[in-house]
Design a protein around this ligand. Sequence first.
Ligand code: GDP
Ligand code: MG
Length: 281
Amino acid sequence: MLIKTCQAANLAVLVEKVKAQYGLKAVLLSVRRIESAHGAAYIEGTVAMEKLAASDNSFNDAEQAIPPVYAEPCAQKSKKMDENGRVIALVGPVGAGKTTTAAKIAGRLALRCAGPVGVISTDTERPGGPALLAAYAQELQLSMTSVSSASDLRNRLSRWNCRGPLVIDTRGYSPRDSLSIERLGTLLSSTEATMERYLVMSATEHPSVARECLDAFAVLDLNGAILTRVDQAAGIGHCLREVRKRGVHMPFVGTGERVPEDLMDATAQSVMALESPTGSL
Ligand SMILES: Nc1nc2c(ncn2[C@@H]2O[C@H](COP(=O)(O)OP(=O)(O)O)[C@@H](O)[C@H]2O)c(=O)[nH]1
Ligand SMILES: [Mg+2]
């Protein structure tokens, strides 16, 4: 019999995490609430199982499973980084799914991190801009802040002080609005934090949009691209071709509206299944 411990933000998340990580035969022996030094609370369960389930994998294993064409740039960078110090920013056009994907990624990180996970919205110029992210943050028990300037962002990052991973959701811009994209670059570069930047783009758009977005947002020194709405797209081959042409890393695809569930690792197998006309999700 193997005994493991497992942490999560709340009991429902813990049960899901145990099921996903250790299989349906694992037994939750006990649960205790832990207050961390920085005031955040989480729960820790003791789990018993006969043997490790084949599904005992996590983000890291999934990253290793991604073929080099998708994985290399980010895997190299993130391996060097302490998980708690990870800062991930999502950029892209309006309506691509940035906010939803930010919540999905933060929710996924919360499943595997014992400490707090934070989200930041820079979408403060529009009335109600940060509201959707704030709602997800409340549901997923994430620490949420909005920032409206470079100095706000710097202050937030320095106050957070690598207590856990941070996901930054930004305002959407048309790929033709090069001035705003440049300003966004200045905002994101105003902090000294090492930041992973991902373009979020929808697979339902016309093929030319993927091309335009990949070219326009490349000035932000992207670590990769995340394809959303693959569940609604007739096909994703056109986007994948553009992504491959540029050797861009693709860590995830968005497969639906549910947060955080509908985020799939872009492994060779999963992408092949999506690409093939008979493939299913
Ligand atoms: N079906 C589906 N809908 C998605 C996906 N990702 C986001 N959405 C939906 O797309 C809409 C716009 O998403 P949002 O995150 O607000 O886009 P943003 O403007 O880029 O921040 C929302 O209704 C989301 O629920 C996905 O992978 N699949
Ligand atoms: Mg948004």
